[in-house]
Design a protein around this ligand. Sequence first.
Ligand code: MN
Length: 384
Amino acid sequence: MDPSHRSRIILDDTTLRDGEQSVGVAFTIEEKIAIARALDALGIPEMEVGIPAMGAVEREEIRVLAGLGLKARLLVWCRMHAADYGHCPGLGVELVDLSVPISDQQIEHKLGSDRDRVLDLIRREVARARHMGLSVCVGFEDASRSDTDFLLLAAEAAQAAGAERIRFADTVGILDPFQTFAIVGRLRAALDLDIEIHAHNDLGLATANSLAAVRAGATHVNTTVNGLGERAGNAPLEEVVMGLKQTMGLDTGIAPWGLPPLSELVARASGRPLSCQKSLVGSLVFSHESGIHVDGLLKDVRNYQGVDPRELGRSHQLVLGKHSGRHAIQHVYAQLGHHLSSELADGILTALRHHATQTKRPPVPEELTRFMEQARAEINPVCN
Ligand code: MN
């Protein structure tokens, strides 16, 4: 399938909705405003900003966000009944995700309903919401465990009732990219409306499944900054932006250099610090220690560079440690103004290895100076 059916994939960031559903995460209105403004400044075309049925405070905060004059199109999340989306007029948000369970598991054991009644519900409620002046995305909850034939029927019903988009939710995060590609491909072939992928990371496959859905013809991707969200979270915005670019050459219109500061902002506001190893935005993901890699990078950076850190406003860092080679040691010390002989570099490596195993961290400059002095003293012992 050709992802170029549309010139640009639309990212719909749900940090302020599914992201806030992470255990223990709750944003103040000031934090919501800061996150919304940062997403908007980055060029995110859509963001999901809350759940009107949660109450008057949530609705007031949605109104505040809608009043910021953001360029992004905003949407809110509602269950598929009028008591939920009936709160929407007056919020300043015209697009709603109307969520309906679509797997037999959830239809029977959560909704207490059956397939025919769900089809009737979709026909009736989408039409009613449209009559209220709302634009509708139908969110198929647990779509990944639904019968695809029934999912198609439901999507056709949504389309006929006036929905402009469906959201394919891998609610429990069980798909792999091949399965995602196959199902979204079937939906794409049968439907005219837009298709959004909403992936969860329970198997660590949320980004992979999002990219697979785009390859199969999905037009929209639901993301969260840092992959916040229920359980293991959603597809991380930063991974989806760079993944679409790197693997498919697709430009999302989002400035990658703004992603690391946004990640820090959301890490602080969510109380969820980033792992140093978090792809693209973790503090150590462009740092290199092993002798073979550092030597290769110093010869030609392309030897070990997949993603160019400069795109993210970052740079490669050479770190000394247990796996350092002579070349790296000489390079790092040269930056500190010391030009080492091979013999001295080898002496320093002994001290570096001891330091690394004891402290589990790279040495600071004062420690490097001490290692050099120790190694020098061992090579040229002072005779009294
Ligand atoms: Mn979700």
